[in-house]
Design a protein around this ligand. Structure first.
Ligand code: FNR
Length: 379
């Protein structure tokens, strides 16, 4: 179908399923074990309802905001998803181009298919990009120099103008994504461009397993000081899943946290990010007197966000912005950069209409009283 026939972000998924190579579909769409968390991610938003306000002037509505001090045309960023070339020969650069056109922020993954520099080079002057860091082991020769590799990656990102470092903390080992495991991952596949080398890679069970041999399982809270010593970029922890860790993150002085279960690809039966958000906001208010959204400690949510209404629910509950993953990679797999452009355009249209209907001329007007989340808890 032509792009004109695409009406919402869900449409990209059904089209991608038809047109993508089976192996790519398996890697992108899979989630861990029985995929309960994956389904819950979007379903959780169905338990939150709006309390719109009427008779407010909504001639002009504005859904632009700022994230970590950087302007964005909408409270949505393109989150990190690995292996972009499985879906399209130009991989992550498709995201960079569409992000530039719409003034949204792109998070570059450590395990991108395009090289880091290619993705930065594809950006327009002034375009904001973040870097998602997976701390990897250097197998074989570099055993004693593990963190040197990470240090180089981080400092290179900073030198190239990246504005934030998102450290993935929910993946000390990769989840069991069985759809993906059933696919054989071929040694000569050009999609895996991990700069960390390829020794010891298990290619017999899917793309995820092919890259998982490198994950550093020893990462701990103390290491945050080391990160602070090697970079001035703001640090954000991606994959916090309860208030206790949110509190530790705040006390450790990071700039923000992403409440996320990695798109349901890690621990199955992990709760949805939106449910974690409510708990985190309540406890940080009680224990540290914080209110949200908060400039100094920003909360982000990802997982299952498919509509501007989903985003607005997260904003109402205290998030600064949200990440969207799969819809954008499905969009470029089917249509290249034009698909991502269309996805962002759809979101803009949804923001405009839904903020009018909510009676919220700006995101500041999207307050907790605008939602009823009393049935959100999954138990
Ligand atoms: C991811 N995600 C991810 N996260 C991360 O920190 N490092 C990574 O390399 C990847 N890779 C990755 C690949 C693919 C194919 C997917 C679908 C996801 C997780 C991602 O950043 C985000 O948490 C979820 O994708 C959000 O959920 P939705 O929007 O995909 O439902």
């Amino acid at each position: 179908p032509s792009l004109e026939e695409i009406l919402n972000l869900h449409d990209f998924e059904s089209i991608a399923k038809q047109v993508m190579p089976e192996k790519a579909w398996a890697y992108y769409s899979s989630a861990s074990d029985d995929e309960i968390t994956h389904r819950e991610n979007h379903a959780a938003f169905h338990r939150i309802w709006f309390r719109p306000r009427v008779l407010r002037d909504v001639t002009r509505v504005d859904w632009s905001t700022s994230v970590l001090g950087h302007k964005t045309s909408m409270p949505v960023y393109i989150t990190a998803t690995a292996l972009g070339k499985l879906g399209h020969p130009e991989g992550e650069v498709n995201l960079t181009r569409a992000a530039a056109k719409h003034g949204v922020i792109q998070m570059i993954p450590t395990l991108a298919s395009c090289s880091f520099d290619e993705i930065v080079d594809a950006a327009q002057p002034g375009q904001v990009q973040f870097f998602q860091l997976r701390v990897l082991h250097q197998v074989s020769v570099y055993v004693n120099k593990d963190r040197e590799v990470t240090k180089k990656l981080v400092q290179h990102a900073e030198q190239r103008g990246v504005k934030g470092l998102f450290i993935t903390v929910d993946a000390p080992q990769l989840g069991r994504r069985e759809k993906d495991m059933r696919m054989k991952f071929e040694a000569e596949d050009p999609s895996v461009v991990t700069k960390s080398g390829s020794e010891g890679v298990n290619r017999s069970q899917g793309a995820a397993r092919a890259i998982s041999g490198f994950i550093d399982t020893s990462l701990k809270w103390d290491d945050l000081n080391w990160f602070k010593s090697i970079t001035k970029m703001p640090l954000i922890l991606k994959g916090v899943q309860c208030w206790e860790d949110a509190l530790m993150a705040y006390d450790a002085g990071v700039a923000g946290i992403v409440l996320s279960n990695h798109g349901g690809r890690q621990l199955d039966f992990a709760r949805s990010g939106i449910e974690i958000l409510v708990e985190v906001v309540a406890h940080l208010k009680e224990k540290r007197g914080l209110s949200f959204p908060n400039e100094k400690f920003q909360l982000f949510v990802d997982g299952g966000i498919r509509r501007a209404t989903d985003v607005l629910k997260a904003i109402a509950l205290g998030a600064t912005a949200v990440g969207i993953g799969r819809p954008f990679i499905y969009a470029f797999s089917a249509y290249g950069s034009d698909g991502v452009d269309k996805a962002l355009q759809i979101l803009h249209e949804e923001f405009e209409m839904n903020m009018r209907l909510l009676g919220a001329p700006s995101l500041k007007d999207v307050v907790p009283a605008m939602v009823d989340a009393s049935n959100l808890q999954s138990h």
